[in-house]
Design a protein around this ligand. Structure first.
Ligand SMILES: [Zn+2]
Length: 388
């Protein structure tokens, strides 16, 4: 079914803004982008008047979990939760998510169900189980590996299950009780084994890195995206040298620092207000050194940071920390798509790309908070959410 959004303002997901433009699309992708009112006589099954409104690509969140809490009870609960969240994110304009760890591989199963049309949901790139050291951060959702051979075996197990990304736990972390986030865990050699295996099949790798020693190991091992790390200048320069992408996931830490939930007091006690100052420094270093930043939240581990609304909140923090609204949007569009090796399919509004499109009532380039004015989400050319 062909849809035409007419006479609107289009941000292409990279650096272009088209005024008085129209976008024609269907389930096969974006069919045409018309300039200056040229679309006047184009036939479409549905015509949407976009006058005074804004069209941007669907948002991509490069680091989520599809769980109800830090420790999911069983496979049935994990599957049901992941299936629900896959659809839920579309209500917030998030059309692609990368799931970075699920102890029951529920994200892989739900991805398959979405791909097969059994359930409706966002595009999912899934890691399933991660790889950590014995008793290391995230162990309930990971293979526990202590040798390069064990890491290789675990990597191949996930490849056999058709994981899109191999998730490596390079340091301790916040969400595992008793874990010290600054301690390095997997070795550089162990991570390199996983990277070589994954890269040989053009798969993605991501490393959870809180402390900088673990981050440096992951970067030198060639991991494609560095998650969470606070980044000092030497680490940022190392990322630049190795061409690593940065997934900041700031909103989670922000919410941990601001929660008053007594059941999360143990988590809050591990956080420090200084963390946000260091995260701001990280964003500013990336801007200075031209390190690609990918929108990422670490959301979906419970009510503290829900999957869906957290993505726009994360982008607002990037703007607060020095990005222009266009740079923040690009982190959730073109840059994220490149990191996911999907730049030929998603992330920009160009003919031939998938029709993942958002219609907004207000201009997000003027104020990033205007992402809240979402009117419609189109996913693969189909209306997946509309505001009543
Ligand atoms: Zn995570």
């Amino acid at each position: 079914m062909k849809t035409l959004i007419k006479n609107t303002t289009v941000f292409d997901g990279d650096s272009s803004v088209l005024n008085n433009a129209s976008v024609l699309f269907d389930e096969t992708g974006i069919l045409a982008v018309y300039m200056n009112g040229e679309a006047g006589v184009i036939a479409a099954d549905t015509v949407v008047d976009g006058t005074g409104k804004y069209v941007i690509p669907g948002l991509i969140d490069c680091h989520v979990h599809m769980q109800e809490g830090f420790e999911t009870a069983n496979a049935v609960g994990a599957g049901a939760t992941a299936a629900f969240l896959a659809g839920e994110v579309l209500r917030y304009g998030v059309t692609t998510i990368r799931s970075c760890g699920n102890g029951f591989d529920a994200d892989i199963e739900v991805r398959n169900l979405v791909c097969n049309g059994v359930i409706k949901g966002a595009r999912i790139l899934a890691s399933g189980k991660g790889i950590c050291i014995t008793g290391g951060h995230g162990w309930p959702m990971c293979y526990e590996c202590d040798t390069e051979a064990e890491v290789l075996k675990a990597t191949r197990e996930q490849i056999k299950k058709k994981a899109d990304v191999i998730k490596l736990l390079a340091t301790g972390g916040m969400g595992t009780k008793g874990s010290n986030p600054n301690i390095a865990q997997l070795t550089e050699g162990q991570m390199r084994i996983a990277v070589e295996e994954a890269e040989s099949l053009n798969l993605l790798t991501a490393a959870h890195c809180t402390g900088l020693e673990g981050a440096a190991r992951a970067i030198r091992a060639g991991v494609r995206s560095i998650e969470h790390a606070r980044l000092d200048r030497p680490t940022a320069e190392l990322m630049k040298e190795y061409g690593a992408y940065y997934c900041p996931t700031i909103i989670t830490r922000y919410n941990i620092l601001h929660t008053n939930d007594p059941s999360l007091a143990w988590l809050k006690s591990k956080a420090n207000p200084q963390d946000l100052i260091e995260k701001e420094r990280a964003i500013r270093l990336c801007l200075e050194l031209d390190i690609p930043v990918c929108a990422s939240t670490d959301s979906g581990t419970g009510p503290l940071c829900p999957l869906g609304p957290s993505t726009a909140q994360e982008l607002a923090i990037y703007v607060e920390y020095g990005m222009t609204p266009m740079q923040a949007l690009r982190s959730a569009n073109k840059t994220a798509a490149e990191m996911l090796k999907l730049e030929n399919e998603i992330g920009t509004i160009h003919v031939g790309k998938c029709a993942d499109l958002l219609l907004l009532d207000k201009n997000p380039l003027e104020d990033i908070h205007n992402l809240d004015s979402l009117l419609r989400t189109y996913h693969n050319g189909v209306l997946a959410y509309y505001k009543i």
